[in-house]
Design a binder for this molecule. Structure first.
Ligand SMILES: *Cc1c(COP(=O)(O)O)cnc(C)c1O
Length: 512
């Protein structure tokens, strides 16, 4: 058989059978269904959040896979995946995963994930995404409206909170440069201005602010930590003092970064007072709501974010408190015009002519070029469950954290730090007063590692006033107070084990 003189390929097998297209939809159905079945079976029988494996144990299994010898069989590859990944993965859906800001994910978002990777739209330009771009824009508008940013607001989806913060600070830096240029006849050169730029951020803020400052070419002292009160909220009086000091020293405050939900303490900085100070000083206000953004969907706690509507830019991580799979985040801005600071035109992609024709190319606003259609996950979540349902899930974990805090305050084995406005609990095992108390840091470190090694539960660790603490980050409404009480018993058991083993040699020595 031939077509216009060319022989028609009849050989069905080979590399091309793996391409996803109209001829291979059966293979797609079969392969994906097998993968879904495999994950479903694993999830259904996961009894612990973690196997407790170590890099030393797992690395040889992964090294032993011969990447030059394909299996030619999805079922065989999935069976192998069980050994190299699924068996030992860390499972965030498990009620005793209590460590970092990782949420269990909602099924509508998983449906979105499957659709978006199969269609594989790229959200840089309209001509690679069509409706995808418009859906993303609707969700940006929806989020900006929930925040209350006003009619000129805009934004873009990003890969995560760190990227959103970097993006916001880039815009703030460029706005500061523009102001400096407009404000004097002899506008400072870039080399003159950069070392003078300062970012004021809560001492409990996220480390991506420091990383961003470095990437943006600022000096090593650019980020000034603003002291917090006993609830780990930025102290407005200290911020006022720092703003004043910068002004007197001829420094330019490029941005104030307030945090709506600090990673460790879930503390929300006093946004209205901070917004007042920024307005007076003419400083850009960025609100990092990577964690606290879930309150945007809450019917009972939205007021905790009051003042966020006065921000110049806001970071939200749907992959933290909207129960979305990684990655799903966005940067929102009050004034769409500032996004121009990241606009470049390329003849091969988004020529300026397209902007004049009002063709919606999201790459004009983004730091990325090729970009996932992550917005589809949130879209299907809102269309299937609705925002109230997301807010209910988040409210539940905030309630649970309050209960966990109460439980801890009544437990003499533990000392608990400030009560979170969101869903973290920072605490530590406190040995009895006396020589054992000296070992508190080591006992807590040991307890956390021993617990993770057992796989029975995973908790996080952090430092407070240079002491080792333990942390629960509750994002799973399925976590019960009984789960939490059980994990506390396990932690106390490991800490006591450690102390008794430490004490034993000394007792022996004393006896001898
Ligand atoms: C998690 C977090 C970030 C970083 O977000 P990623 O999505 O992990 O990049 C930034 N700020 C705060 C307050 C966070 O909790």
């Amino acid at each position: 058989m031939s077509f216009q003189g060319h022989p028609v390929e009849t050989r069905p097998a080979g590399a091309r059978e793996h391409l996803f297209n109209g001829r291979t939809v059966e293979g797609y159905r079969h392969s994906l269904t097998a993968g879904i079945d495999r994950v479903a079976a694993r999830i259904a029988r996961t009894e612990r959040p973690f196997s407790g494996t170590t890099p030393d144990r797992l690395a040889p299994e992964i090294s032993a896979v011969d990447l030059e010898q394909p299996l030619h069989d999805p079922a065989a590859a999935l069976a192998e995946l069980e050994d190299v990944y699924l068996r030992d993965a860390v499972y965030f859906h498990h009620p005793r995963y209590l460590a970092h800001l990782n949420c269990p994910v909602v099924i509508p978002a998983l449906l979105g994930e499957a659709v978006l990777s199969a269609v594989n739209s790229s959200l840089d330009t309209w001509d690679q995404s069509a409706g995808g771009t418009l859906i993303e824009r609707r969700l940006i508008d929806w989020t900006a409206e929930r925040i209350g940013l006003g009619p000129a607001a805009d934004g873009v989806f990003t890969s995560g909170g760190s990227q959103s913060n970097l993006h916001a600070l880039l815009l703030a830096r460029e706005e500061a440069r523009a102001r400096a240029a407009a404000g004097s006849d002899t506008s400072p050169t870039r080399a003159e201005l950069l070392p003078k730029l300062r970012i004021l951020a809560s001492a409990a803020g996220h480390f991506s602010v420091q990383k961003s400052a470095k990437l943006l070419g600022l000096g090593p002292d650019a980020v000034i930590p603003v002291a917090t009160d006993q609830d780990r909220r930025m102290r407005p009086a200290v911020l006022a003092r720092e703003l004043d000091r910068c002004r007197r020293e001829g420094l330019t405050v490029m941005a104030v970064v307030a945090t709506a939900g600090t990673t460790d303490f879930g503390s929300i900085d006093p946004l209205p007072q901070i917004a007042d100070l920024c307005a007076t000083a003419g400083a850009w206000l960025h609100v990092d709501a990577a964690y606290g953004c879930g309150l945007l969907a809450s019917r009972t706690r939205r007021h905790l974010l009051d003042g966020i509507e006065r921000a110049d830019s806001v970071t939200v991580d749907y992959h933290k408190s909207f129960f979305q799979p990684v990655s799903s985040s966005a940067l929102l801005v009050r004034d769409a015009a500032v996004l121009r600071h990241a606009t470049y035109h390329a003849d091969y992609l988004n020529p300026a002519r397209m902007a004049e024709q009002k063709i919606p190319n999201q790459v004009d606003k983004s730091l990325q070029t090729t970009r996932r259609f992550d917005a589809l996950k949130l879209w299907l979540t809102l269309r299937i469950m609705g925002a109230d349902a997301i807010g209910e899930l988040f409210d539940e974990v905030v309630d649970r954290a309050a209960q966990a805090w109460e439980l801890l305050t009544e437990d003499p084995r533990f000392e608990v730090v400030t009560r979170s406005q969101l869903s973290t609990v920072v605490f530590r095992y406190l040995p009895e007063a006396g020589p054992a108390r000296e070992l508190a840091d080591d006992a807590n470190l040991f307890a956390r590692e021993a617990l993770a090694a057992s796989g029975a539960a995973v908790v996080a660790g952090t430092k407070v006033d240079d002491r080792h603490y333990l942390k629960f980050t509750l994002l799973n409404p399925e976590t019960t107070l009984a789960d939490i009480a059980h994990v506390l018993d396990l932690l106390a058991g490991h800490a006591e084990d450690y102390l008794s083993r430490k004490a034993a040699p000394e007792l022996c020595r004393q006896a001898g």
